[in-house]
Design a protein around this ligand. Structure first.
Ligand SMILES: Nc1nc2c(c(=O)[nH]1)N[C@H]1C(S)=C(S)[C@@H](COP(=O)(O)O)O[C@H]1N2
Ligand SMILES: [Mo]
Length: 223
């Protein structure tokens, strides 16, 4: 089994993230995804709209920028690219080429991706993991999954997607651990300005504490 540079396999799939000690946000009874940004009209996708999209299964490893990888996960959901081509492209403002996409979660988390990365073949809006509906630790009811990019791009509890024609403001841009705008795992694009290899030990030191805090907020009792 080959992992991208600087990654190590972990057993299972830990809950991990920024909203460490908080419990995951409750899943709404009727989940929707709002679509906005440089479009001629805003759009709200209901569960029915999403169910009309083709379904796809992706078997992939999941790589956190801190250095752990969960291997062989089976995701199911709608290809993001199909959503974009069928529902978003027809609403684009003429002459406004989309360059960036913002993904927002119900917990207030945000990630930014280049449109070209979000349109990769294996990017899904997932509702199932390993044959079961997503649980709240892993992003219920819907999450983005972009296996070719570090995990921070894959926003959990996805509730809003925005399309932009320029790079949207990023409050973390000057943070000492500002994330790389492309975040491609095989290029080791971890940090915005520093080489991925150089930041490995710093990021790796964060795994233990973040994992412990994330498990504390987990709805599933850690054993
Ligand atoms: N809504 C939301 N999405 C998120 C995060 C978060 O804190 N909130 N953390 C990100 C990070 S850094 C990682 S590594 C993955 C972890 O996904 P998991 O908790 O399913 O393992 O979710 C990403 N998506
Ligand atoms: Mo992460």
């Amino acid at each position: 089994m080959t992992l991208p540079p600087g990654q190590r396999a972990v057993d299972g799939f830990p809950r991990f993230g920024k909203h460490l000690h908080h419990p995951p946000p409750p899943a709404p009874a009727d989940p929707v995804i709002e679509i906005g940004g440089a479009l001629t009209e805003a759009l709200t996708l209901s569960a029915t709209d999403l169910a009309e999209l083709p379904r796809r299964e992706i078997r992939a490893d999941f790589h956190c920028v801190a250095g752990w990888s969960a291997t062989g996960l089976l995701w199911e959901g709608a290809p993001f690219r199909t959503l974009y081509r069928t529902r978003v492209e027809p609403l684009l403002e003429p002459g406004a080429p989309i360059s960036h996409v913002v993904f927002e979660g119900l917990d207030g988390y945000r990630s930014i991706a280049l449109l070209e990365d979000a349109l990769a073949d294996d990017v899904l809006i997932a509702d199932h993991l390993d044959g079961r509906p997503l649980d709240s630790d892993h992003g219920a009811p819907l999450r983005l999954v972009s296996p070719g990019q570090y995990g921070f791009v894959s926003t959990k509890h996805l509730c809003r997607v925005e399309f932009h024609t320029t790079e949207p403001p990023d409050p973390d841009r000057w943070s000492p651990i500002a994330s790389h705008r492309r975040a491609r795992v095989w290029h080791e694009e971890r940090h915005r300005r520093l080489p991925g290899r150089a930041v490995r030990p710093v990021y790796r030191a964060l795994i233990g504490p973040i994992r412990a805090l994330s498990a504390r907020g987990s709805r599933v009792r850690p054993r």
